[in-house]
Write a protein of this length. Structure first.
Ligand SMILES: C[S@@+](CC[C@H](N)C(=O)[O-])C[C@H]1O[C@@H](n2cnc3c(N)ncnc32)[C@H](O)[C@@H]1O
Length: 260
């Protein structure tokens, strides 16, 4: 995951959101902190989900983190529905709730300090959104265990694709077994209806020696794709097959994600 310098394209409100996080000065081992990645997730939310939502849509989010990606996207759209964000980390939840109050978004974004999979039954949502933990490693003894995505990095992503939500927006990394993940989505009845891709540099979490060594191993097994300088992160909008006439872009996305 990339943690390089703040993107120059931030608006004033976004800059404020990021500045607050910096002032709180939590260690990146306490609260997920990757401005480049969170900003890209926010752009994907805005363009692929919130701008296309009808008035009364219900959205559920796995892993809200400090809440800034959803808050940034809400500030740029006229979304009138409700987003329930689930986050295991109590410190991240407090930061997110404080930002939500500050931006007066309490009627649009609610944070639950509980495991996403426990909160599921009661909420038949129109959209499931997530920048899920996707760090591949042999075990979760890494800087931030809650970012562990299983042996190939795709375990939680696949679990989210098994929830059976009609529309799913997920961030998928080129070093977390993207081809098998996309094939799994097809097996679960999904097609890719839209996507955005961004080049990112390996950052704090993915450069941890144990993780980086494991990613190198996955590359030999054709499960990780990256160059010396970058990897691709995709924001992917999945929809259940047959729901409309939109073409399936799965094959095109597999080509993009495995090109490096
Ligand atoms: C990659 S971070 C993304 C945070 C935020 N969405 C962002 O993009 O900045 C993944 C988040 O998922 C949270 N998480 C991991 N497992 C979870 C679970 N079972 N239920 C809820 N949140 C979880 C982690 O604590 C972490 O904050």
């Amino acid at each position: 995951m990339s943690c390089i310098e703040l993107n120059k394209g931030f608006t004033m409100k976004e800059a404020l959101l990021n500045a607050e996080t910096a002032i709180e000065s939590y260690s990146p081992n306490q609260v997920f902190f990757c401005p480049e990645e969170s900003h890209f997730y926010s752009q994907c939310l805005e363009k692929l989900v919130l701008k296309n939502c009808a008035d009364d849509e219900l959205v559920i989010e796995f892993g809200a983190g400090d809440g800034s990606p959803v808050i940034n996207a809400l500030l740029k759209t006229q979304f009138k529905g409700l987003i329930h964000g689930y986050e295991l980390n109590p410190v991240a939840c407090e930061v997110a709730r404080s930002k939500i109050r500050q931006y007066q978004l309490s009627r649009k974004y609610v944070i639950h300090n509980t495991c996403f999979f426990k909160g599921l039954e009661s909420l038949p949502a129109n959209y499931l959104i997530a920048n899920p933990p996707y760090l591949p490693a042999p075990d979760d003894n890494i800087y931030m265990p809650s970012l562990h995505g299983g042996i190939d990095g795709a375990t939680i992503t696949k679990k989210l694709l098994s929830v059976d939500c009609e529309n799913v927006l997920l961030m998928i990394s080129g070093y977390s077994n993207p081809k098998e993940t996309l094939e799994y989505a097809v097996s679960q009845g999904y097609k890719v209806v839209d996507f955005m891709v961004s080049p990112l540099q390996f950052g704090y979490y993915s450069s941890e020696p144990k993780v980086r060594r494991w990613i190198t191993e996955l590359r030999k097994r054709q499960q990780a794709f990256y160059s010396q300088n970058i990897y691709f992160l995709a924001g992917v909008l999945f929809k259940k097959q047959g729901s409309n006439a939109t073409p399936d872009l799965t094959d095109e996305l597999i080509k993009v994600m495995t090109v490096l």
